[in-house]
Write a protein that binds this ligand. Structure first.
Ligand SMILES: Nc1ncnc2c1ncn2[C@@H]1O[C@H](COP(=O)(O)OP(=O)(O)OP(=O)(O)O)[C@@H](O)[C@H]1O
Length: 248
C-alpha cells in the first residue's frame, strides 16, 4: 500500500508541566507543502519535534514517516563552530553523497545563498542572518524526503525572505518532497502552503485548515485570493493573541 499522508492521530504531548497537545489530529499530503501558523507557544515546534522523532507522543499515533530521510532547519542555526562555512556543509554531507558531487553541491548552495566568498570563514565571523542562511543550505543540500523548517527565515530581511520563499518553491517543483514549514508570517504561509493549518492559543486546536490549490506562479503579494486570506488569517491570529496579551 502506498502511504500518501503523514498523519497525527489523537496525539497527546506534555512537556514539563505544560500540556502542549491533547487529542490532536491532522494530516499532511506526501510531497506537498504544509504550513503551520499560530500564536507563540501553541506547539508548532513541538509538532516538528514529533515529526522528526526527537520527541515521541505520550499517546496517539503518528503515521506515514517510516523510511523517510528528514532534514531539519531549527529556529537557531546550530552550526559547528570549529568548522568553516564549507566545512559545516562538508560534515553534513559526508557519506551521503560522493566526494565529487559534494564539492559541486557545496559550491552551488553557498553561491545561491551568497555565502561562497565566506566558505573559509568560521561561524563566529558570520552575522545572525548569514548563519541562518548556512543552516538553510545544509538542510537543503542534505538528501531528504521530509524537510522540516522552523521559522527558517525569521532573522532575514523581507526581500531575502521573498527570494528564499521563491527558491523553496523552485526546489520543490524540481523535486517534490514533503515540506512542513512553521512560520509567524502569514504571507510566507500563503506564498508556499498547499495546506495551511492555523492553530489557536493553548489549549491548542486547529482553527482552520486552508487548502490552497492555486499554482505557486499565480500567487502574488497584494493580489487575490491572497489578500482576502491574509485579512482572514490576521483576524484569527489577533483574536488568539488577545488571549495572551489582553491589554494589546
Ligand atoms: N522542554 C520543555 N519543557 C517544558 N515546557 C516546554 C518545553 N519545550 C516547550 N515547552 C512549552 O511547550 C509549549 C509549546 O512550545 P513550542 O516551542 O512547541 O511552541 P511554538 O508554537 O513553537 O512557539 P514559538 O512560536 O514561540 O516558537 C510552550 O508553552 C513551551 O513553553
Amino acid at each position: 500500500m502506498i502511504v500518501r499522508l503523514i498523519k497525527f492521530e489523537q496525539v497527546h504531548k506534555t512537556l514539563g508541566q505544560t500540556r502542549v497537545l491533547g487529542d490532536f489530529s491532522f494530516s499532511a499530503g506526501k510531497n506537498k507543502i504544509f504550513c503551520i501558523i499560530g500564536p507563540s507557544g501553541c506547539g508548532k515546534t513541538t509538532i516538528l519535534q514529533l515529526l522528526s522523532g526527537l520527541e515521541q507522543p505520550d499517546a496517539g499515533r503518528i503515521t506515514g514517516l517510516a523510511g523517510l530521510r528528514v532534514s531539519y532547519v531549527f529556529q537557531e542555526p546550530r552550526l559547528l563552530p570549529w568548522k568553516t562555512v564549507a566545512g559545516n556543509l562538508d560534515f553534513a554531507l559526508q557519506d551521503v553523497v560522493s566526494p565529487a558531487e559534494k564539492q559541486e553541491l557545496i559550491k552551488s548552495y553557498l553561491s545561491t545563498m551568497g555565502l561562497y566568498e565566506y566558505r573559509d570563514s568560521y561561524p563566529k565571523a558570520l552575522s545572525g542572518g548569514m548563519k541562518q542562511r548556512l543552516a538553510i543550505c545544509r538542510a537543503f543540500a542534505f538528501p531528504h524526503d521530509l524537510l522540516l523548517l522552523d521559522e527558517p527565515f525569521k532573522s532575514l530581511d523581507m526581500p531575502l525572505r521573498l527570494g528564499l520563499v521563491r527558491h523553496v518553491v523552485k526546489m520543490w517543483q524540481a523535486a517534490p518532497r514533503t515540506i512542513v514549514f512553521v512560520t509567524h508570517d502569514i504571507m510566507e504561509a500563503l506564498l508556499l502552503g498547499q495546506r495551511i493549518m492555523v492553530l489557536s492559543a493553548r489549549p491548542t486546536e486547529i482553527l482552520e485548515t486552508i487548502d490552497l490549490d492555486l499554482p505557486h506562479e499565480q500567487r502574488n503579494v497584494g493580489e487575490e485570493p491572497l489578500t482576502s486570506l491574509y485579512t482572514k488569517m490576521l483576524a484569527m491570529l489577533e483574536t488568539e493573541n488577545k488571549k495572551y496579551y489582553p491589554g494589546l
